[in-house]
Every structure is written in structure tokens, then in C-alpha cells.
Design a protein around this ligand. Structure first.
Ligand code: MG
Length: 256
């Protein structure tokens, strides 16, 4: 069921979004060669808790027997890691890397979810382009995030932009509704047909998140039960915001 948020709930979503945004800002400042993803995790957790929130990814159930619940406050995925990388003291950023940070702040019963791919030091022109196209894919998608449009209009805009730029869409994971739960209906694929899917209504809050592979499509899961990598070993990037459907233009809740 797709929930429509009340005025009061929208205020709470804005606050959760603000906290998630602030955590990303502090991470952005700290990104440099030599820092570990464990340290980035601590930065996010500190910011979120200082704002009265809880890092919602910490303890997120794997749902799979033998796979521990997610141990981090962020997902930190380096280079060919797509999503769900586990923060670690051993994962140290090097010049030329890219790193995707996906985090969720939970506050007063509501969630704010956003992801960014950061470049570390000096990266190649090709790598930079991947990161930029991934971010732009989000903005291409939300041009259609308007009352009366269909969900498939967003999905199609994202997917076609990614493919026109010569990259591959991650099809195995998708965006999602968000609210009191991190993952709500509807699922939002990063590909699809225009004119299909549910009609967008004011009060819907959606996490839109293009996940892009530089090379061929296809992913693998590491033995840790969490980390998703590209099958062909090429780089991957991710960009996400929580948005609100309004009477007019969408409001981005995780950019302030
Ligand atoms: Mg996320």
C-alpha cells in the first residue's frame, strides 16, 4: 500500500531528511585518501545521534539465516562495489577511488534516505563522468515526479538517460516508498515504460536512487551476505534522495 503523508507527517519527513543530508555533508568533508570507511561510519552515526536521530541501517535485518544484521550506520561501497558495502577499518580510501555512501536517518518515527558517490583525490575523466551521469539520472527522473504522472515515467527517464550515456542500469535493486518504514510501497525500478505504474499523488514520499554500472549489466553478492559488486569488475555509482510529490514541483527532502 502506498501511503499518503499528512501535513504533520511531511514535517517529520523533512526533519528526518535534513538529518540524513547533514550526515552526508560531514562525510563529504572527510573524504580523502587514507580515511577508512569505519571512520566515515562513525562520522555519520555521530551527526545523526547529535541531531536526535538513529542511524536506521544499523541492525537492519538481513532476513537470511547465517547472515548477521547490518553492522554499520552507513553502507560504504568502493569502486566496483555497487551497494551495501560494510564499513571496515580495513577499507581505506586511496587516491583515484570512488565511494558510494548510502545512509538513512530515523527520527521521530520517520526516515530520510540519501546516497552519494564521492570521488577520492584525483580520478580519471571517465570515472568522473560516471559519477556525474548517475547524479544527473536522478534529476532526469524527478522531472517527471509530478502529480498525475505515472511511476513508470520516472523509471523510464532514469533508465533511458543512463543507457543513452553508454552505461548499464542495476536492475536487481530499486528505489522505494519511504516513511515510518525505510522501505515502503511502491518499488521504483530504474528502468521501465512511460505511462505505466501507479499515478503520483501529493503526499507520496519516494526514495529515488539510480544505481549505475560503467560496464556490462550484472551483479554478484560477496560471501559477507551484504556487499553487492559488479559482475564485470567495472565501477559503479549511486545517487539517491528522498522526495515529496506536491501539487507542483517535487520537493527534495534530503537536500537543504
Ligand atoms: Mg538509501
Amino acid at each position: 500500500m502506498v501511503t499518503i503523508k499528512s501535513k504533520r507527517e511531511i514535517e517529520l519527513m523533512r526533519e528526518a531528511g535534513r538529518v540524513a543530508y547533514l550526515a552526508q555533508k560531514e562525510i563529504e568533508k572527510a573524504i580523502k585518501p587514507g580515511i577508512s570507511t569505519f571512520e566515515l561510519d562513525k562520522i555519520a552515526e555521530t551527526v545523526i545521534r547529535a541531531c536526535g536521530g538513529i542511524p536506521a541501517e544499523k541492525g537492519y535485518p538481513s532476513g537470511i539465516k547465517g547472515v548477521p544484521d547490518f553492522p554499520g550506520s552507513i553502507c560504504s561501497s568502493i569502486n566496483d562495489e555497487v551497494i551495501h558495502g560494510i564499513p571496515s577499518k580495513k577499507a581505506i580510501l586511496k587516491d583515484g577511488d570512488i565511494i558510494s555512501i548510502d545512509l538513512v536517518a530515523y527520527k521521530n518515527g520517520y526516515n530520510g534516505d540519501c546516497a552519494r558517490t564521492y570521488i577520492v583525490g584525483n580520478v580519471s575523466k571517465e570515472t568522473k563522468r560516471l559519477v556525474e551521469v548517475t547524479k544527473q539520472a536522478f534529476f532526469e527522473g524527478i522531472k517527471f515526479a509530478k502529480k498525475g504522472n505515472r511511476l513508470g515515467d520516472i523509471s523510464h527517464a532514469i533508465g533511458s538517460f543512463i543507457e543513452e550515456n553508454g552505461y548499464s542500469v542495476v536492475r536487481e535493486f530499486q528505489g522505494h516508498g519511504i516513511g515510518t518504514k525505510m522501505h515502503e510501497d511502491p518499488g521504483i525500478p530504474n528502468y521501465g515504460k512511460p505511462g505505466r505504474g501507479i499515478r503520483l499523488e501529493p503526499g507520496m514520499t519516494l526514495a529515488i536512487e539510480p544505481m549505475v554500472i560503467m560496464g556490462k549489466p550484472g551483479i554478484l553478492e560477496l560471501d559477507d551476505g551484504w556487499t553487492i559488486i559488479t559482475q564485470d569488475g567495472s565501477l559503479s555509482a549511486h545517487y539517491e534522495n528522498t522526495i515529496l510529490i506536491t501539487e507542483k514541483e517535487p520537493e527534495i527532502l534530503t537536500i537543504i
